[in-house]
Ligand binder design. Structure first.
Ligand SMILES: NC(=O)c1ccc[n+]([C@@H]2O[C@H](COP(=O)([O-])OP(=O)(O)OC[C@H]3O[C@@H](n4cnc5c(N)ncnc54)[C@H](O)[C@@H]3O)[C@@H](O)[C@H]2O)c1
Length: 254
């Protein structure tokens, strides 16, 4: 799958899934703008490659996302792929969640995707082509104890994806989402190491028996970015080792 001559933006590219997607798209020939709030992280990613350009962007600010998209068009003349990858959970019971936590999770997870989709549509629609990819989560498909704010925001990302695709179904611009399962990224690994039995014990509780790898999400992103996915639009694609396919167990939290 070649992205030769294409321009892509990946937000939250300084770590985990975003970094893997940026590397994968660049490996397929795209010029990639790797954006993150942590400049040094994307500068490290971009070091020594001509395909990846580092850019600082706080995706919770619409003006910064607009400027990011504007700079891609100014520099490369076009934007073909927009990956809205930033999202963050704050774990805790819903009854204890503060207004600040709610606003923070919404800003990082849902508003960031809205700003990214809107900015990309504004430059892609006049050209009549483009692929927008939102990184969602299995938490957006159903209730997860301790993840209510994050799950609500990711459910919003799923609907944003579907609505954008339906509104623009004849435009040549496709809008899809990927719903990862538990993926081996620094934060989740640190958390799993802190549990009794560490990473192996936690992995044994996962349906596929292991974490997914960031590169397995990146492979799906490359497909959605490419012309091979020309009739895939409005999809929320689970890449989760069957986790979301399982018949729900009835668990009543205490
Ligand atoms: N890791 C998983 O198991 C998993 C599972 C399902 C969904 N996801 C989703 O995948 C996406 C990536 O997750 P990850 O685990 O790779 O994350 P990560 O924490 O490894 O990386 C997130 C990156 O986003 C950057 N970032 C944070 N706030 C930002 C801001 N305001 N503006 C710009 N950049 C910002 C961080 O600096 C970091 O480099 C998220 O949307 C997450 O919800 C992850």
């Amino acid at each position: 799958m070649s992205l030769e001559g294409r321009t892509a933006i990946v937000t939250g590219a300084g770590s985990g899934i975003g970094a893997a997607i940026a590397r994968r798209l660049a490996g397929a020939g795209a010029r990639v703008i790797a954006a993150d709030i942590r400049t040094e992280a994307v500068e490290t990613l971009a070091a020594g490659t001509r395909e990846v350009t580092a850019c600082r962007c706080d995706v919770t600010h619409a003006a910064e996302v607009d400027a990011l998209v504007g700079s891609a068009v100014e520099r490369f003349g076009r934007l073909d792929v927009m990956v809205n990858n930033v999202g963050q959970s704050i774990a805790g019971w819903l009854k204890d969640a503060t207004d600040e936590e709610w606003q923070r999770v919404l800003a990082l997870t849902l508003s960031s995707a809205f700003y990214g989709v809107r900015a990309a549509l504004r430059v892609m629609l006049p050209r009549g082509s483009g692929s927008i990819i939102n990184i969602s989560s299995g938490a957006g498909f159903g209730g997860s104890p301790g993840l209510a704010t994050y799950g609500a925001a990711k459910a919003g990302v799923n609907n944003l994806t579907q609505s954008a695709a339906v509104e623009n179904a004849r435009s040549g611009v496709r809008i899809n989402a990927i719903s990862p399962g538990a993926i081996e990224t620094p934060a989740i690994l640190a958390w799993a190491r802190s549990l009794p039995g560490g990473v192996p014990a936690y992995e044994a509780t996962l349906l596929p028996g292991r974490f997914g790898r960031p590169d397995e999400i990146a492979a799906a992103a490359l497909f959605l970015a490419s012309d091979e996915a020309s009739f895939v639009n409005g999809a929320v694609l689970p890449v989760d080792g069957a986790a979301s396919a399982r018949m729900p167990a009835i668990e009543v939290p205490k």
